[in-house]
Design a protein around this ligand. Sequence first.
Ligand SMILES: CCC(=O)SCCNC(=O)CCNC(=O)[C@H](O)C(C)(C)COP(=O)(O)OP(=O)(O)OC[C@H]1O[C@@H](n2cnc3c(N)ncnc32)[C@H](O)[C@@H]1OP(=O)(O)O
Length: 300
Amino acid sequence: MATCIWRRLLLQPVKCRLACQRVKSIYNGTHGFDENEIKEKLRHFPGGSIDLSKGNDGIGVLTLNNPVHKNAFTGTMMIELQDRVKELEDWTEGRGLVVRGAKNTFCSGSDLNTVKAMCSSEEGMKMCMFMQNTLTRLKRLPLISVALVQGKALGGAAELTTACDFRLMTPGSEICFVQKHMGLVPGWGGGARLVQIVGGQQSLKLLSGALRMDPVKALNAGLIDDILPPDEDRALEEAQHWLSQYTKAPAEVIRSLKKVVIAGRELPLEEALKSEKDIFGTLWGGPANLQALARGAKHK
Ligand SMILES: CCC(=O)SCCNC(=O)CCNC(=O)[C@H](O)C(C)(C)COP(=O)(O)OP(=O)(O)OC[C@H]1O[C@@H](n2cnc3c(N)ncnc32)[C@H](O)[C@@H]1OP(=O)(O)O
């Protein structure tokens, strides 16, 4: 049943998007999750912002912006992240996305003041459900996303990087799942996604050792995809350049490719194959396909 819903989602026309968003999330009312209730709580912990710029080239830049606290996630930033992800779901020209932190650092995880104030198990779980919903929707965007890690990505921030398709680091930066040191485990979905990225053995080491992953270690572990040159001020440009090798094609082609990969990641094989066939059908004989045929493209 769930797989049928997801297969239909991959092919939904725009008019169904609002209905889809509920299903794209993991938790809803049937799980006893009241989104408005948790948002009301999170609003009590303001500070910082999540900024989105959408380029004419179809590449967006999402910036975690709370530099006085090393871009830590306040309550209102969690809400704003959801708003920005919704905006990206509606951006039909989008092909790629860079997720980064302001002022040459990535993010120090949850704002510790928010964490301390929401210390009951029930509140913690509601916050987790909210963040899992948002980060699942981020990972399911029909855009190719890359986390640009400069400085530190700690705790929840390390989890956020796993909600992107790719990860890049600058020299001197670090990714560390510090949750163990906080007496916690990942809760924003970063544990499950980490296993998908680096496998179970490697994940256990990273999480139980709270290993500080510098760029070389992270690359060797398969946690990141590349190390950028050591010019911090040009890092965004470098990340955009790196991403462009995967986004150079008409938006409908890139977006469809990502949908094929989402289906492969998330569906049982037979369902994924059927989705792939349906997505293929939306491109076959379409403008990009006809133009390529007319060009007589050669692939030497
Ligand atoms: C979901 C689970 C989670 O994410 S739990 C949160 C996990 N994160 C942490 O515990 C990070 C704790 N912070 C640190 O380890 C250090 O501040 C790091 C990030 C390494 C930066 O060190 P350093 O360069 O020396 O700067 P600093 O400590 O002076 O920090 C500058 C100001 O930023 C603040 N800050 C930093 N991180 C947070 C955070 N997560 N929440 C709230 N505030 C944070 C520091 O307190 C400091 O503020 P102030 O200048 O003393 O007012």
